[in-house]
Ligand binder design. Structure first.
Ligand SMILES: *[C@@H]1O[C@H](CO)[C@@H](O)[C@H](O)[C@H]1NC(C)=O
Length: 432
């Protein structure tokens, strides 16, 4: 058996590895609502206490190399002040839990918050206590909400009681728990094209001994302080006939009952509109338990970029206006830039005069348009290439449209030549 401790930003990750299984130790915060403070109608008062979460038996790929080796010393004397939650994660398995093992190497911060959980309508007489644990990893698509149930501890005269929680501790000073239900989403935010389709992923798992046969999935959208229901589906896991009820509030949203029974609560949204943007909350309820995940949806549409002129012939006296139209894009943050490349140069340069911008116009579908008007001075040398370059979040690379400035002589030369020929013909006729 190998024992490993990895330090991460002051977070302590410990892995005790054997047979492709590892233990992950996370620094968490226990958040409790203040007792006897605030009172009726008073603002919520929360206390935050450091706590530790030990996830036992997280599966590790055999080619995993865990480098920083330091022995992990379990508390030799159980401490009734310490909050140490020990969780067996083999059943149900936490999807992608191995991400937690890598968080240290990749310098990603792990967010872990624990709170007491009371199942809906329970009488609190079952002898078990419940906790809700939210774990997510910064910069990685990992987010899980776990519901933990404490295991029964055989009490004797030596059994310690955790001071703050009033729960009996195991011989090694931990609160023994098991995962009974979890909701996860490994996508925290999604971008999808306007009028396109998107799948928002959300999944759940429950203990092998099911908590209940009925599952309800609700998707809500929250945007700018407003919230509304998108879709709700209730079904039975035993596939009883006619057991599925679907409420489709947003037209073009769907979930598949069969897929939901397999633990996939993902929703499909079709024909996306700008108004579909926001925070989607996936709530899965099983029996007395429910947990949620939040996914951000960003709708986007790349701009259509064009120039007002197909060709630009210099006039000797007055400057000419060239406009760049950037049309039907979303979101608002589009950037326009004028560049010029004269025949003598190899690299285009950003024009010192960036023209004048029109105000944003918003269309019925929520997209925007913007134009930039550049005054091309008559002093610009013919053959110069003028480019309008547009950057937008929906574009992988900036989009450019250009034209080459033509010299005025070319046009007038033919005109003068034509005039001369006509004049000569005229004189020839007259003199004959
Ligand atoms: C869940 O179903 C959706 C399609 O409805 C699919 O795109 C997604 O990959 C599935 N997720 C999992 C974890 O199987």
């Amino acid at each position: 058996m190998m024992e490993i401790v990895v330090i991460l930003f002051g977070y302590l990750l410990t892995c005790v590895c054997a047979d492709g299984l590892a233990d992950v130790v996370l620094s968490c915060t226990l958040v409790e609502e203040g007792v006897g403070l605030g009172g009726m109608g008073g603002g919520a008062h929360f206390t935050r206490t450091p706590a530790t979460l030990v996830l036992r038996d997280v599966p590790v790929a055999s080619d995993e190399s865990l480098e920083t080796l330091t022995p992990f010393i379990p508390p030799s004397i159980p401490d009734s002040d310490a909050i140490l939650l020990e969780v067996k994660v083999s059943s149900p398995e936490i999807p992608n839990a191995h991400v937690l093992l890598h968080a240290d190497c990749n310098e990603q911060e792990v967010m872990c918050e624990i709170s007491r959980y009371s199942p809906h309508g329970s009488q609190e007489s079952s002898g078990s206590a419940y906790f809700m644990v939210s774990v997510s990893v910064e910069g990685v698509e990992f987010s899980t909400a776990l519901i933990l149930q404490t295991l029964v501890v055989e009490k004797d005269h030596s059994t310690l009681i955790q001071n703050q929680l009033g729960l009996p501790l195991s011989q090694s000073g931990t609160l023994l728990t098991e995962v009974i239900f979890l909701v996860y989403s490994h996508v925290k935010s999604v971008s999808a094209p306007l009028r396109g389709d998107v799948v928002l992923n959300c999944g759940f798992k429950q203990q092998e001994i099911p908590l209940a046969q009925e599952v309800a999935v609700e998707w809500r959208l929250q945007h700018r302080g407003q919230g509304w229901k998108v879709l709700e589906l209730k079904t039975r896991l035993d596939e009883a006939e006619g057991s599925t009820v679907v409420h489709e509030q947003r037209r073009g949203s769907s979930m598949d009952a069969q897929v939901v029974r397999e633990g996939n609560a993902s929703v499909t949204l079709t024909k996306l509109k700008v108004l579909d943007e926001g925070s989607y909350i996936c709530t899965v309820s099983i029996g007395l338990f429910h947990a949620q995940q939040v996914i951000q949806l960003q709708v986007n549409q790349p701009p259509h970029v064009s120039l007002s002129e197909e060709k630009l012939v210099l006039k000797t006296e007055s400057p000419q206006t060239l406009s760049c139209h950037c049309a039907n894009y979303y979101p608002l943050d589009a950037q326009m830039e004028w560049l010029s490349l004269s025949p003598a140069d190899t690299e285009p340069t950003v024009l010192p005069d960036q023209g004048s911008l029109s105000s944003h116009r918003q269309h019925g579908d929520g997209t925007y348009s913007l134009s930039s008007h550049l005054s091309v001075p008559s002093t610009v040398s013919p053959g110069t290439e003028i480019t309008c370059r547009v950057s937008h979040p929906a574009l992988d690379a900036p989009l450019s449209v250009s034209l080459v400035v033509e010299s005025p002589e070319q046009g007038s030369y033919w005109w003068i030549l034509g005039f001369l020929i006509i004049t000569l013909l005229f004189f020839y006729q007259v003199m004959r």
